[in-house]
Design a binder for this molecule. Structure first.
Ligand code: FE2
Length: 367
């Protein structure tokens, strides 16, 4: 092979390799997966605008969600067209489509994302007594533009055979010397971690939030990679002792069809942090009425339906989440972890403080 051709081939191969690596990383650290690491987009569906049917853009990907939409259609005669995609992808799409957007509703897996849509003027107020009665105010936007439907706590999972849970009562305890090289947590590009830091800014101020983030970076068992379940698996494999993760991922492990995942779940204990102070960090999966909605009345009916007891139970249990409606009991598995104290902030703060949270994480070198 002549030398020049060899070099060209090498460069080409390296570029392809780099591209593939980027793709992988993106998938592994994707935040769009309430359903796991799934991040497919189904943007080719037709969505018409003004026939009374409602068009739901959603970042959730569950078959059980579809059953719920079907029940709504049976009860009301209103058809629900579902367009799936990543949270940010859907927000960008609604923005691009502008006033002509067929979207009536946007559903995402994080309050920060709903705030992002609101701050880009993509949502409007859904005026409804039913919604306000069913969902506590801290889980709703203060201007009524989005509402939480399911809750998840960001907790600490620990290796039952190596860690005494009494050593970790708070998020700050993860930064103790005792846990040097023992903490597993995903990257700073992950919205769940950004929202966790944003909540700390709201409750404890920027200085303390930065101290925490710095302490976490100092104690990391490895450079962040993978999703929440990968952190749990790394604890089970002995790469570290403690992992930060959302409750539903623990539920998914314990209820997995894969025996190995069940073993991982069973090897872990769960700690709801800050029970004597500010409470465990809670985020939501939620929904907003789009500013461009052509079927506002029916869209609001749909939100109301999702906040009622029957739907709440099914919606939350499908993904091992906590119902946002306090009249509805969580599943048996979640009840087995016990009641816990939640952070007492309006979840709009997660969006408001997002930029500052990202700034702090960058500053302390959280990759
Ligand atoms: Fe998730």
């Amino acid at each position: 092979m002549n030398k020049r051709f060899f070099m060209l081939t090498l460069v080409l191969m390296l570029s392809l390799f780099a591209l593939a690596a980027c793709g992988n990383d993106e998938e592994n650290t994707s935040d769009n997966e309430t359903s796991g690491e799934e991040n497919q987009s189904e943007n080719n569906e037709e969505a018409s605008s003004d026939n009374g049917e409602i068009n739901l853009y959603t970042g959730r990907h569950y078959e059980t969600d579809q059953e719920l939409y079907d029940t709504f259609t049976e009860e009301t005669g209103i058809k629900v067209n579902v367009i799936k995609g990543g949270d940010d992808e859907l927000i960008a799409r609604i923005k691009r489509e502008g006033e002509a957007s067929p979207a009536d509703l946007l559903m995402t897996a994080d309050a920060g994302r709903l705030h992002r849509a609101k701050s880009q003027d993509l949502l409007q107020k859904a005026d409804s007594e039913v919604i306000n009665e069913n969902i506590p105010s801290k889980l709703r936007d203060e201007d009524g533009q989005w509402v939480g439907l399911t809750k998840r706590a960001r907790v600490i999972a620990y290796a039952k055979d190596r860690v005494n849970p009494e050593d970790i009562q708070t998020y700050m305890d993860l930064t103790k010397d005792q846990f040097q090289d023992k903490v597993l947590i995903r990257s700073s590009s992950n919205i769940y971690n950004q929202s966790l830091v944003a909540s700390m800014i709201a409750l404890d101020g920027e200085e303390k939030a930065e101290k925490w983030a710095k302490g976490i970076v100092d104690n990391m068992a490895r450079e962040p990679k993978g999703g929440d379940r990968d952190q749990a698996k790394a604890v089970a494999a002995g790469e570290g002792d403690v992992a930060v993760m959302n409750t539903y991922y623990l539920g998914k492990l314990l209820k997995s069809e894969d025996e190995e995942e069940v073993k991982v779940g069973e090897s872990l204990g769960v700690i709801f942090p800050n029970q004597d102070s500010t409470g465990a960090h809670v985020n939501i999966s939620g929904i907003g009425l789009t500013a461009s909605s052509k079927n506002k009345e029916n869209a609001v009916k749909f939100i109301e339906f999702l906040t009622k007891e029957k739907a709440q139970k099914q919606f939350a249990e499908a993904n091992y989440e906590y119902p946002a409606n306090p009249d509805v009991a969580p599943s048996e598995l979640l009840q087995s972890w016990g009641d816990f104290k939640e952070q007492d902030i309006n979840l709009g703060k997660l969006g408001e403080n997002n930029k500052d949270a990202v700034k702090i994480m960058n500053k302390v070198g959280w990759k």
